[in-house]
Design a protein around this ligand. Sequence first.
Ligand code: PEP
Length: 252
Amino acid sequence: MTNKLKYFIGNWKMFGDFGSFKIVSKINQYSYKHQKSNKKKIILCVPNTLIHYFKKKLKSEFISLGAQNCHHHDGYGAFTGSVNASMLKKMGAKFIILGHSENRTEGETNQLIKKKIISALNQKLNIIFCIGETYTEKKEGKTFSILKKQLKNSLERKFKMNKIIFAYEPVWSIGTNKIPSIDELRNTIKFIKSECKKIFKTKKIPRVLYGGSVNRKNIQLFSTIYEIDGFLIGGASQSSKKFIDIIKNYYK
Ligand code: PEP
């Protein structure tokens, strides 16, 4: 097993209330107890309504908290129902998911995501930038061209690459129990890394996660792919047991 830092990031989506702190607390305790055994970073991206509450309840933080999206506007403004990156930062978010396919489906374009990336970087938030192709795009052999477009149209060389973690999430794999083949996934992760290096004109290796139907059973398959820097976990992160089992099984 590699000693490379691995990320285990939970995306709670629209889930949770104050009582869900017990999930956070169990994962935090697990992280505390196993902090020395493997190099890992655990982050939970929770609804905006819970970030501050969880932050205050966590007496010692062995995990980080993140948000799941933001408005692109930097300051306050007439944007009913919206929250900007600065407000999330003040609530205790250190990370933010941007470009999630569930938001792209609601109309987020690469250009809009770019604006959000800029405003999150202005707040020194760490970004989990999601990209991925749909099933039709995959069937049409367009996976690489779509990923390239998503990267090129939302990023600029001047952005700080070390503030961005890329998450490859094939849309057809989110919440479906379908996962890519290991060879396919390895090649795609390598492709994303090489495209990012081109965009940022750097020799540094970008961090790329995989997300899509990761569970305690299939996680061991993924552990054979050295190039993967961690996982973005949706449904299974809403249960402390399922989430912790994923981490345990990864290192088995
Ligand atoms: C996600 O929403 O980012 C995700 C990966 O979901 P799931 O793990 O449920 O497929």
